[in-house]
Write a protein that binds this ligand. Structure first.
Ligand code: M6R
Length: 611
C-alpha cells in the first residue's frame, strides 16, 4: 500500500523519482506526487488518478523541476481521505518548508491533529500523514536538526509508517524511518536512494540496506547515518540485491500478468532446483529448521494467509493431510488475529505471502510466535518483514511479480507446499512418493503444453466476456482452484465471479442459474470426478452455459459442455498446479478483451500493508 521513493545526489532527481514511482505503481495508484528543491525552495507537484497525470504535470514543468538534485515521491492507495490532489502526498506544514511522504496508518492522528491545531497548525488535507509534516516542523523549530526532529516526532506517533522527510533549510538531506512498513536504502557513488521496495532502486544500485523498525536514516549524497529511536548509533548492514533490472521489463508481452503466466514453467523448475534432485532421493529442505524429532511430534499445523496466498494454503492443507496425516487448519489471517487461537509448542504455524509484507499475516504470525509456535514462512520476498521474523524461511523464487493479480507466485507457493509435504512425509517415514516426485519434475512441460494452446482459451474468453456473473465449481483439492479462478476473474475484469464446492451448488446457488450464467466445472480425473460430473448435469438442467476444464478425454463431455478446455493428464493431488494456468489465462483474456487495466486493477494494491 503506497510506494515511496527518495533521491539525493548529483542527477536530476525528478527522473529517478518518476522512474521509481513507475516501478512501485503496483503498490497503489490512485494519486501521486513529488517534492523537490527548486532554487532553495521546497516545491510540491501532485496529481489525482494514475501516475500518468503526475507525469503530464512534470513534463509541462520539466525545466524548473529538473533543476533539483534532491526529492521525495509517493504513489498512494488511499486510507484516510479520498484520492484527491489535496490528499495526495507529499504533505507539508504551515511554512511550507517540510515535505513528507508516508506509507502506513497513523493511529493516533486525531489526537495529534487536535493538539497541533490548538498550536496553530492549519490542515489542508483529510490525511493522517499531514500530522507528521506539522509535527516534524514543530520539532524542527525546537531543535533545528532534521534527524532529531524526525526522531522526536516518531516518539509521539502510534501506528505503522515508512516515511521520508526533506526540509528547505537542510539542503541535500533526506531523513527516513520506518515502523511496521518496509523501507530500503540504496547506496550509490555520490548519490543515495530510499524506497519502499527494491524495484525503485535496482536499475541504479545493487548495494542496499534494509531498515529495521524504529531506525532512522539520514541520507546526503556522500553519507548515510543510521541511528535508532533512542539516538544510539546503529551498525549498517549493507547487502547485495539478488534482483536483475530485466525482471521488471514486460519482455515483449502486452502486460506483466501475461509475461508472469508464461514464466510459470521456469518458476516451477526454479523452486524444485536443488530440493528435488531425483525421484529416488529424499527432498532436501535445509530451509526447514524445525528439529526432525519435533516435526515427527507435531500435533497440528495452522496456515494463515490472505487472497491468492490463502488459496495456495488451502491446497497445502489437502497435500499435507494426505501425505503426512497431520491435521491442518487454514484461516484468513484477518480472522485468525481476532479470535482465541489454540497454539502451543507442538503447533507449526505457516504464513504464506507473496510480498511478505501483508499486515494481517504479519500480525497473525507474531501472535502465534508469542505463544511459542515455530513459524515457517513461504514467501516470494526473502527480504521482507515476514522473512526476517521467520523461524524457517522457504523462499519461493518466483522472481519479482509486478502484476497486481498474483499468478506465478501462486504456482511457486503450491510447489513449495508439495516440497514441504514430501519432506515432512519422508521425515515421518510415510512411504514411497516417487510417483509424485516424477510428476513434479515433468510438470513444467505440461504447463508449457497448456500455454501452447492459449489461443483456444482466448476464443472462449471472447465468448464469455460479456457475462455479468460467473460460477466456478470443483470439489476436493481443486475447490481452492475454483476460488482462485474466480478471484482472478473478478479482480481484473470486475465480473462477479464466485467459486463453490460443486456439492454446495444445489443448496442455494443453483437458484441463480439460467441461460445467461456460465458455470465452469473443474473436472480433474480422480475420486471426485463422477461427483462433479453429476453436479454439472444439475447445472446443465437449469440451462447454464457449461464450460469444462478437464484432463479427461471422455466423449460424454461433448454433450454436456458448450466448451471444453483440455489440459494434459495429471494426478489428482498435483492437478491444482496445472488446472490454475488456463483459469489465469481465461481471466487475463476476458479482462484484456474488455479493455481493463490488467496489471493495475481498480481499488487494489499489490502489497496490503494495512489491516
Ligand atoms: O502478498 P500476499 O500474498 O500476502 O498478498 C495477499 C493478497 O493481498 C493477494 O494475494 C491478493 O489477493 C492478490 N491481488 C491476488 O491476485
Amino acid at each position: 500500500m503506497c510506494g515511496i521513493v527518495g533521491y539525493v545526489g548529483n542527477k536530476k532527481a525528478v527522473d529517478i523519482l518518476i522512474d521509481g514511482l513507475t516501478s512501485l505503481e503496483y503498490r497503489g495508484y490512485d494519486s501521486s506526487g513529488i517534492a523537490v528543491n527548486i532554487d532553495g525552495k521546497v516545491e510540491l507537484f501532485k496529481a489525482a488518478g494514475k501516475l500518468q497525470n503526475l507525469k503530464n504535470i512534470v513534463e509541462k514543468n520539466y525545466n524548473e523541476i529538473s533543476k533539483s538534485t534532491i526529492g521525495i515521491g509517493h504513489i498512494r492507495w488511499a486510507t484516510h481521505g479520498a484520492p484527491t490532489v489535496e490528499n495526495a502526498h507529499p504533505h507539508s506544514c504551515n511554512c511550507g518548508k517540510v515535505a513528507v511522504v508516508h506509507n502506513g496508518i497513523i493511529e493516533n492522528f486525531k489526537d495529534l491533529k487536535e493538539r497541533l491545531e490548538k498550536n496553530g497548525c492549519t490542515f489542508r488535507s483529510q490525511t493522517d500523514t499531514e500530522t507528521i509534516a506539522h509535527l516534524v516542523a514543530t520539532k524542527f523549530g525546537e531543535t533545528h536538526n532534521l534527524t532529531e526532529a524526525v526522531r522526536l516526532a516518531t516518539r509521539e506517533i502510534e501506528g505503522a509508517y515508512a516515511l521520508c522527510v526533506i526540509h528547505q533549510d537542510v539542503p541535500n538531506t533526506i531523513v527516513a524511518t520506518r515502523r511496521n512498513a518496509p523501507l530500503v536504502v540504496g547506496l550509490g557513488e555520490g548519490e543515495n536512494f530510499v524506497a519502499s521496495d527494491v524495484p525503485a532502486l535496482i536499475q541504479y544500485t545493487k548495494k542496499a540496506m534494509y531498515l529495521e523498525d524504529n531506525q532512522i536514516v539520514t541520507l546526503t549524497p556522500d553519507s548515510i547515518k543510521l541511528i535508532d529511536i533512542d539516538n544510539n548509533k546503529v551498525e549498517q548492514k549493507v547487502e547485495t540485491l539478488p534482483w536483475e533490472p530485466v525482471a521488471l521489463s514486460k519482455m515483449g508481452y502486452k502486460h506483466f500478468m501475461l509475461k508472469e503466466i508464461h514464466e510459470q514453467p521456469d518458476v516451477v523448475r526454479n523452486v524444485l532446483s536443488g530440493k528435488l534432485r531425483a525421484i529416488d532421493e529424499n527432498v532436501v529442505l535445509k530451509e526447514v529448521t524445525l528439529d526432525k524429532e519435533k516435526l515427527k511430534n507435531l500435533s497440528r499445523i495452522q496456515i494463515v494467509a490472505c487472497g491468492t496466498s490463502l488459496h495456495a494454503a488451502m491446497v497445502g492443507k489437502y497435500i499435507i493431510e494426505e501425505l503426512c496425516e497431520i491435521p491442518v487448519d487454514v484461516e484468513p489471517s484477518s480472522e485468525y488475529i481476532y479470535r482465541k487461537t489454540i497454539t502451543d509448542k507442538n503447533t507449526l504455524v505457516i504464513g504464506v505471502s507473496q510480498s511478505g509484507e501483508t499486515a494481517d499475516t504479519i500480525t497473525a504470525i507474531r501472535q502465534a510466535k508469542s505463544k511459542g509456535s515455530h513459524i515457517l514462512i513461504i514467501t516470494n520476498r526473502p527480504d521482507s518483514t515476514m522473512a526476517r521474523e521467520a523461524d524457517s524461511l522457504v523462499p519461493v523464487n518466483a522472481g519479482i511479480e509486478v502484476s497486481v493479480a498474483a499468478t506465478k507466485s501462486y504456482t511457486a507457493q503450491l510447489i513449495s507446499f508439495y516440497l514441504i509435504a514430501i519432506y515432512m512425509a519422508e521425515v515421518k517415514g510415510m512411504g514411497d512418493l516417487s510417483d509424485l516426485k516424477h510428476e513434479l519434475i515433468i510438470l513444467p512441460q505440461k504447463i508449457e503444453k497448456v500455454l501452447a494452446h492459449k489461443e483456444d482459451i482466448q476464443r472462449y474468453a471472447k465468448a464469455f466476456a460479456n457475462s455479468k456473473d460467473f460460477i466456478f465449481i470443483a470439489r476436493g483439492i481443486n475447490y481452492p482452484t475454483a476460488l482462485e479462478g474466480a478471484l482472478k476473474l473478478k479482480e481484473i475484469s470486475y465480473i462477479n465471479a464466485t467459486g463453490y464446492t460443486a456439492g454446495e451448488l444445489k443448496h442455494g446457488p443453483i437458484a441463480m442459474l439460467d441461460e445467461s450464467m456460465p458455470v465452469l466445472s473443474i473436472l480433474m480425473s480422480g475420486k471426485v470426478y463422477d461427483k462433479i460430473l453429476s453436479n454439472s448435469e444439475e447445472a446443465k438442467a437449469r440451462n447454464a452455459r457449461m464450460i469444462a476444464l478437464t484432463d479427461s478425454m471422455d466423449d460424454k463431455l461433448n454433450e454436456l459442455f458448450d466448451c471444453i478446455i483440455r489440459i494434459p493428464k495429471i494426478s489428482e493431488i498435483l492437478s491444482p498446479a496445472l488446472a490454475v494456468v488456463p483459469l489465469q489465462l481465461l481471466a487475463y483474456y476476458i479482462a484484456e478483451f474488455l479493455g481493463k487495466d490488467v496489471d493495475q486493477p481498480r481499488n487494489l494494491a499489490k502489497s496490503v500493508t494495512v489491516e
